[in-house]
Design a protein around this ligand. Structure first.
Ligand SMILES: [Zn+2]
Length: 448
């Protein structure tokens, strides 16, 4: 009997111990680096087709958004496109300032309109911060000292007084970088160095500015899991826009592509908690898409978002495996995130530990799309393989790569193209996204 029982038990035990497939393992297994890379190749093709940029307000962004939306729809998602207006600006050509044949160094102030004018550069009174300073400016290019009030105040007053352009004279040798804060002016506005002012004062000059400066519409792309508790929603986001200067394949094609592949593979999973996947527009202009999204949430719904996970640059060539320092254990820069952020950091750490991979904290600065979420108390976390910062010797020891070099030497440049990626980091971090998405789909992180 005894023997018989043992035999029966032996027959049963293997059956019982056959592991039911863990949804986390299933999804992670299905998220392949090659598939993520294929999305990035699509983003590169879009950039190739549309002037080497995928910035919000350009056709390259719209094509990127359509690509993400169409892949999601093909996988069965209902996709919502959330449109919003934002101030678009790009400089098409360096400005020109000439007096006769002499050319002067000059910089366009951000949001200056495009224009070419010929007129006398006429000095205005004092610092040009009150209307009376522009008496007699009609028909001239207002030559105004920097200081006391903003560039925009000076430009608005000059335009109201009938000036045809504005040249701001710096208090230092160089022509300064500066912004007019938003579009809407009709006259060109530039800045010159201190010594240029006297050379053109009272003289006939020609000023040419070539820009695009206007309000445009862009959109977030949002898709929810089928089912799951809406009062425990997990939002996962990545910005889809690049800067004007380049195709943005690492920043942030990488996070966008990793998130897209995870969303596509997660569609077959029936989660206990709702997953909301979001691709944000206009991050590069000041987190505008995510800010718009949060601004549209009724405040009584903040509590229904159990976590926000952000993926902005996950495949830098000279990478580290960076995890947002939600608990401020590094005591660097910004303090800890909202309650629950520490748990998210620990869960990402658990992933890297399980792979026996090193990781490092990165400051919880709010300088990506999790910023608007943590501002309203939503716990957040995310991954970051590094941007223009330099890799330390200790980091090179830990992760390989080159000390003293930027994590991404093509950050915000034209060379952030399909070759500007580390395939291993891309693959590993995509698995990290899949792991937390599938884990939180069944058990939201605790807020303690
Ligand atoms: Zn970015």
């Amino acid at each position: 009997m005894r023997c018989h029982l043992l035999a029966a038990a032996a027959a049963i035990v293997p059956l019982v111990s056959v592991p039911t497939p863990d949804p986390v393992d299933l999804v992670v297994d299905q998220v392949r680096g090659a598939a993520v890379k294929a999305h990035l190749a699509a983003f590169q093709r879009i950039a190739d087709q549309y002037g080497d940029t995928r910035a919000s307000g350009t056709p390259g962004y719209d094509a990127s958004a359509s690509y993400v939306a169409s892949r999601l729809r093909a996988a069965g998602y209902q996709v919502r496109e959330q449109a919003f207006t934002f101030p678009f600006y790009r400089e098409i050509e360096k400005p020109v300032l000439r007096r006769g044949r002499a050319s002067h160094l000059v910089k366009t102030l951000e949001y200056s309109p495009s224009s070419e004018v010929r007129a006398k550069a006429r000095p205005v009174g004092a610092n040009g911060c009150v209307a009376a300073d522009y008496r007699g400016a009609q028909g001239s290019i207002a030559l105004v000292q920097r200081g006391e009030c903003s560039f925009r105040v000076k430009a608005d007053l000059a335009q109201a007084a009938g000036a045809v352009g504005v040249i701001v004279v710096n208090t230092a040798a160089d022509a300064p970088d500066g912004t007019l804060s938003k579009p809407g002016l009709r006259i060109p506005v530039v800045a010159v160095g201190q010594t240029t002012g006297p050379k053109i004062s009272g003289k006939q000059v020609r000023l040419r500015v070539r820009t695009e400066s206007e309000d445009r519409v862009t959109r977030n792309v949002i898709a929810d899991s089928p089912g799951g508790r809406a009062d425990r929603t997990i939002v996962l986001g990545a910005h889809l826009d690049s800067v004007i200067a380049g195709p943005g394949i690492n920043d942030n094609g990488s996070g966008s592509a990793g998130l897209l592949e995870v969303a596509l593979r997660m569609h077959a999973v029936r989660p206990a908690n709702k997953l909301r996947f979001a691709w944000w527009g206009a991050e590069e202009l000041g987190l505008l898409g995510s800010t718009h999204y949060v601004s549209q949430l009724p405040p009584d719904q903040y509590r229904t978002i159990a976590a926000y996970l952000n993926f902005d640059m996950i495949a830098s060539t000279n990478f580290t495996y960076g995890i947002y320092d939600g608990d401020d254990s590094d005591a660097v820069g910004a303090g800890p995130g909202p309650a629950g952020s520490a748990q998210i950091e620990k869960d990402f750490e658990g992933f890297f530990r399980s792979r026996r991979l090193p990781f490092v904290g990165t400051d919880f600065s709010g300088r990506s799309d999790y910023g608007p979420f943590i501002k309203v108390g939503i716990p957040a976390g995310g991954l970051f393989t590094g941007a223009e910062g330099l890799k330390t010797a200790a980091e090179a020891e830990k992760f390989g790569g080159t000390a003293g070099q930027p994590f991404d030497s093509c950050y915000h440049k034209a060379c952030d193209n399909i070759t500007n990626l580390n395939d291993t980091a891309l693959d590993v971090n995509s698995d990290a996204i899949a792991t937390l998405a599938a884990t939180y789909a069944f058990k939201a992180p605790s807020r303690n």
